[in-house]
Design a protein around this ligand. Sequence first.
Ligand code: XMP
Length: 326
Amino acid sequence: MGSNKRPENMARITTPALAESFITEQLAALREQIGDKKVLLALSGGVDSSVVAALLIKAVGKQLTCVHVNHGLLRKGEPEQVIEVFQGRMDANLVYVDAVDRFLGKLAGIADPEQKRRVIGAEFIRVFEEEARKLDGIEFLAQGTIYPDILESGPVKAHHNVGGLPDDLMFELVEPVKLLFKDEVRVVGRALCLPDSMVDRQPFPGPGLGVRCLGAITRERLEALRESDAILREEFEKNGLEGKVWQYFTVIPDFKSTGVRDGKRSFDWPVIIRAVNTRDAMTATVEDIPFALLQHITARITAEVPGVNRVLYDLTPKPTGTIEWE
Ligand code: XMP
């Protein structure tokens, strides 16, 4: 519905007042489009789908059903936050799907990064399709498409589309933020009272931790990755780096190295820290993290994360490295 071209005179949404008038307009447009029908949304907990969910909850309340698929590759605390914010605070219809075993089962033994992406993408569609079939009378599918997805100018193309659903599930699309840039979506999210940690969330790839747990994913390494990532995020937040660094995360390779712990020889995983700045993700520079902070994070990760005995800092800009390791 509606044009896919941003009008030349459309003001950039930079202030709470502009966000309020966008929200008022969109609520009317959504009510007009949806009427008394039902709408479905795949809610990842990322900024875009969260803003779409909050708009739809305001516009049509319980006519919206949100489906949150936990594929086991989310960061620590993310599924809990989605449930707390949307079910707890906003009283949304939320279907939480624990698909962790299913995804990890499909991914077992698959080491090729592109094949991992394909398996995760295909399984996501299958899980979403199964949930959609359980619901009666859905006529609309909401998506967090934003303007860069339409322009396809970035390296991450149309990642919001739940493409690949069978023909009989081709609902009419509802895309209320499709003409907005990311910074505008964040301003709207703030005006909708979404938590800062959700609105300011750094980019997170669809395949999630799956492409940061290098090679064939194992539960042990995936948990070490999730815990080390949580420590890194906590320390960056505490030290004022959260809003300064564009993307930061840990990576766990699929080899071990020797170490010593409590006077005994160990043979455990290393963890790699990556922290980069970029404008458009096409090129990136490495953030100059204070050495003392890197040492502190290293001490915490090696003390608190089972199975990890070493921490490395990736000093490689893009090019020659990509931002992700897979
Ligand atoms: P690279 O690693 O190509 O990443 O330098 C550029 C940006 O794209 C994100 N990225 C992805 N996002 N699905 C996504 O939705 C993916 O498969 C994917 N791979 C990379 C990456 O996190 C970075 O922000």
